[in-house]
Design a protein around this ligand. Structure first.
Ligand code: NI
Length: 175
């Protein structure tokens, strides 16, 4: 299994809206496995299919210390959100090196299908709750930087374009 390529902001494909998964079959299980491997390799805690240019409602999350408790969310829906909200520092594998504060529900209950296509519900809080909301935004084509001021977003956009340009130049020099 090879690693999947993670799209980087401001790639317009990150703003596509994901479609529901029609059937959890071998193709979807392969996608889940590839996403998990890609997320662990990048040392992230969550990844949405949108970020690997697959526009279907699939998310993988693992906020455990040992990274051995994968949460797989296929066709996720929020069935409950706490009134309590928290502000936390967020980052994203599609916006490397950028972290900023975003307000989210402190706890949520998510309903989804697992890797075998079985429906389950899970109540999560803390970092996992933030992660679920962040990744579900990805499926709607929404990036966490869109919660920031237009000024900050502009700066991030410029920084990412520059970073991508420099990396491509480095690759060309090595070739
Ligand atoms: Ni993200």
């Amino acid at each position: 299994m090879s690693l999947l390529t993670i799209l980087r902001y401001p790639d317009p494909r990150l703003h596509k809206r994901a479609q529901p998964v029609a059937e959890v079959d071998a193709r979807i299980r392969r996608l889940v496995d590839g996403m998990l491997q890609t997320m662990y390799d990048a040392e992230g805690v969550g990844l949405a299919a949108t970020q690997v240019d697959v526009h279907e409602r699939v998310i993988v999350i693992d906020t455990s210390e040992k990274q051995d408790q994968a949460l797989i969310l296929i066709n996720p829906e929020l069935v409950w959100c706490s009134d309590e909200r928290v502000v936390g520092e967020e980052g994203c594998l599609s916006v490397p090196t950028v972290y900023d504060k975003v307000e989210r529900h402190a706890a949520v209950t998510v309903a989804a299908l697992d890797r075998d296509g079985h429906r389950y519900e899970r109540r999560v809080e803390g970092l996992t709750a933030v992660c679920v909301q962040h990744e579900m935004d990805h499926l709607l084509g929404k990036m966490f930087v869109e919660y920031l001021s237009p000024f900050k977003r502009d700066r991030i956009r410029t920084k990412m374009l520059k970073k991508t340009r420099e990396e491509q130049q480095e690759l060309r020099q090595r070739a």
